[in-house]
Design a binder for this molecule. Structure first.
Ligand code: ADP
Ligand code: MG
Length: 559
């Protein structure tokens, strides 16, 4: 039997995988169980679309068997199985996800609750096993195959015996070393608790033969040994559970189980709404931006369920673009299962849910800002741009939702402040909210144009993001205070110094300015005496709609 080689990249990936991607070894079980669940989902999906197949839920389950003596842990499923080619492709190429492909191929018609998509989960088995054997019989095939691998060296495939359709993953659990013990992965109680922790809401029963000792029926002091098959998972999805029974850890597990991200969410929001439209929802604010967040490939959306059954993997209509970083699920009994994508867009219930969700996210972010400033600032550092784009792109129509979530660096506080904080500190007589735009805080600090405003004791907000000034223009004002760039012609500040204005009327000065204008012709519209300078001899200012910084940005854009 020839051993096939993993591709070289695969070899390295496998090493990386086994040693570093997962911090907890125990999650190998979660990965194998979610693959099993995916496989059952697929056969269920086929039954939905193929009239010649029927799906009887009772026949579909996942079975875990532990054999301590031989150090064998087996995970068997009654899912769709794999053909010889699929064994080769899906398990022979690391980071190749058959499930992702299945979703792509089928999603044109419908969505489905298949968890897998990265094509690495399977290999986590090598964290606890030194040999992994897969025996599988695919739906509609007579022959079964055995795939076997001892890790990075490669794998073999040969024919095998298997009566029923489905897959068996057989792990030869590693021998204990001096530093590490692997025995726990063969212990009933340990397996039970891992399954409860990570796979409780898997929608198919996860069964295991459990042994124990209990009082004999009808007797008070006689005991008996028993061995019985138990279902270990509650199968109730987390969002249908009572909030009081759930811990932060449960939400975090759900987050990674769903592959929403590799990070820990900054915040989770679990809420139930009853009313014109009823639904349960769990939303997450991620800590890190997904790697493709600022690319065209990034798809926003929430998972949408109708009473526990998935309708769509990424329902984009549920999230405005400026909250596109939010992950999570919505489950509503009021949505029809058979609703098509096109119909969904016009669905009144869905629109209502989307509106609710939007204000929920807003108010939760405001709460975070109030209750945990540090966390909020961290969030804002990662996703603040998205909020500012939101203000800009919808012509200020999201003003109410977004304006209180914005933050800018303050000349006075030397840290990020909200517009509300700025306005509440404004001394009497200050007409505008002043800001200065530039590449960095350091650069802005050196701008001559800031002198007069700072001299007056007024606070300046620093705009260092390209989008800042454009966004603020869309807001027009905040609490009736207009925004003013410190470099604009009229700052609305009275000069105390009468001398200056007299001087600029001198014949000598007028001549000087006009010859300066000649020399700079085509570069400036005019040369004027400025009231705002103190330590600097000269500065640029603008008249008209666009500020100098905005022009720079527009000029640098590809047209
Ligand atoms: P992912 O689940 O992210 O796709 P995995 O590494 O966990 O990646 O699995 C790779 C692929 O192997 C899956 O996409 C699926 O096509 C196939 N596979 C794994 N386990 C099973 C199983 N129990 N039954 C059927 N196919 C499976
Ligand atoms: Mg998987």
């Amino acid at each position: 039997m020839a051993t096939k080689q993993f591709k070289t990249e695969s070899k390295r990936l496998l090493d990386l995988m086994i040693n570093s991607i997962y911090t907890h070894r125990e999650i190998f079980l979660r990965e194998l169980i979610s693959n099993a669940s995916d496989a059952i989902d697929k056969i269920y999906y086929k039954a939905l679309t193929d009239k010649s197949l029927s799906f009887d839920k009772d026949n579909y389950f996942i079975k875990i068997t532990a054999d301590k003596e031989n150090r064998i842990l087996k995970i068997a499923d009654t899912g769709i199985g794999m053909t010889k080619e699929e064994l080769d492709e899906n398990l022979g190429v690391i980071a190749k996800s058959g499930s992702l492909q299945f979703k792509k191929e089928n999603e044109l018609k419908d969505g489905h609750d298949i968890i897998g998509q990265f094509g690495v989960g399977f290999y986590s088995a090598f964290m606890v096993a030194d040999t992994v054997t897969v025996i599988s019989k695919a739906l509609g095939r007579d022959e079964a195959y055995k795939w076997e691998s001892k890790g990075a060296d490669g794998y073999s495939i040969e024919t095998a015996e298997k009566d029923t359709v489905g897959t068996e993953i057989i792990l030869k659990i590693k021998a204990n070393t001096e530093e590490e013990s692997f025995d726990e992965y063969l212990e009933e109680y340990r397996l039970k608790s891992i399954i409860k922790k990570y796979s409780d809401f898997i929608r198919y029963p996860i069964k295991m033969d459990v042994t124990g000792r209990r009082p004999k029926e009808g007797s008070e002091n006689e005991y008996e040994d028993y061995k019985e098959e138990q279902v270990l998972n509650s199968m109730v999805p987390i969002w249908k559970k009572n909030k009081n029974e759930l811990k932060a850890e449960d939400y975090e597990n759900f987050y990674s189980e769903k592959h929403y991200g590799f990070d820990k969410p900054v915040k989770y929001i679990h809420f139930n709404v009853e009313g014109t439209v009823s639904y349960n929802s769990i939303l997450f604010i991620p800590e890190n931006a997904p790697f493709d967040f600022y690319t065209k490939e990034y798809e926003k959306g929430l998972e949408l369920y109708s009473n526990g059954v998935l309708i769509m993997n990424k329902c984009a209509d549920l999230l405005p673009d400026y909250f596109s970083f939010v992950k999570g699920i919505v489950d509503s009994e009021d949505l029809s299962l058979n609703i098509s994508r096109e119909m969904l867009q016009h669905d009144r219930q869905l629109k209502l849910i989307a509106k609710n969700i939007k204000s929920k996210i807003k108010s939760e972010l405001e709460n975070l800002l109030k209750s945990d400033r540090e966390k909020y600032e961290k969030f804002y550092k990662t996703f603040g741009r998205q909020l500012k784009y939101g203000v800009y792109s919808d012509f200020g129509s999201n003003k109410d939702v977004l304006q209180d979530l914005l933050m800018f660096y303050s000349s006075k506080e030397k840290k990020m402040v909200t517009l509300d904080e700025y306005v509440s500190r404004m001394p009497e007589g200050q007409k505008y909210i002043y800001y200065a735009a530039g590449e960095s805080n350091e650069r802005i600090e050196k701008l001559p144009q800031t002198e007069l405003v700072l001299d007056k004791g007024y606070e300046i907000l620093y705009f260092t993001d390209d989008v800042d000034e454009f966004a603020i223009r869309m807001l027009l004002n905040y609490k009736e205070k207009e925004f003013k760039n410190v470099s604009s012609g009229d700052l609305g500040i009275e000069s105390d110094d009468k001398e200056d204005s007299k001087k600029s009327e001198d014949k000598e000065t007028i001549d000087l300015f006009s010859s300066m204008k000649d020399i700079l012709s085509g570069k400036v519209v005019g040369v004027k005496a400025s009231k705002r300078l103190k330590n600097y001899p000269v500065c640029l200012s603008n008249e008209g709609e666009l500020t100098i910084e905005m022009e720079k940005i527009l000029n640098s854009m590809p047209n």
